[in-house]
Design a protein around this ligand. Sequence first.
Ligand SMILES: [Zn+2]
Length: 335
Amino acid sequence: MALSIKQHMLFHVMLVTGALCLLLTPSVAELPRFKHPAKPQQSLRLLVVGDWGRKGTNNQSLVANQMGIVGEKLNIDFVISTGDNFYEDGLKGVDDPAFFESFVDIYTAPSLQKTWYSVLGNHDYRGDVEAQLSPVLKQKDSRWLCLRSFVLDGEIVEFFFVDTTPFVNEYFVDPGEHTYDWEGVLPRMSYLSELLKDVDSALAQSKAKWKMVVGHHTINSAGHHGNTEELKQILVPILKAHNVDAYINGHDHCLEHIIDKNSGIHFLTSGGGSKAWSSDVRPWSLEELKLYYDGQGFMSMQITESNADIKFYDVSGKTLHTWSISKDRNVPAWI
Ligand SMILES: [Zn+2]
């Protein structure tokens, strides 16, 4: 069943109303928080990978190998996973061998033995979501940390991890042959309203120099899935209101850097952890599109008070694109 125009409008009205309500009512809940500052006298260094868990196939192992090499060179603090952690249908339970076959036994390099801060993707929602969130997995591999939504405080930067799958209308009204595990998400509108309120509140309270939001789904993307309209309508106004510097996602199996010319927000897609979609690209303004790479790979970030340096790598470790986002570009030198 395709979504009618009327349903689309109703959905937007409900969400916009919810978003307005959240701005008018005080927040009661708080997102779970974790602290992971940089090593003394160093920048905060991390890798970002998404859309990866395929038991080593589709070049997952090759990407993992290069992540190990780059991770060692940068002496990274942690890894961010942008979701779709286990294909095709998430984990079946806490004892699903896929946890070892797609994660523990793949990312074996010493430099990758750091915390993996992870969100869920739509494919993860096709399995047992509670299993993927369960602390039992942390007992099996202490690196694993996956929650629906949370805040990671790196002192100079705060990362706000947002559970984006429940925003996408299609999974509810036109799921096709797929079954989604919505336990913990229903009723959907109050879940989304609370989540938006919590994200808004966490961003408002943040005193970090850099604010970056992490979610699985695209917001702006020239890739296969393209833009996620629900997030553009509902989440982007919150990102703009709080001067978020970057939105980091997976979902499209590519590496991509878009700078939105209106807001200045950097949209960074790192969804090349395994299977990629060759030549699957839509037209996009070259003024905004700084990188589109249709193969496998990953991204690194090095963050200081003044700069966030991003770098994208392909499956052989070759650098595809570098960019330095400066905080000080409009600040007079004497301040
Ligand atoms: Zn996805």
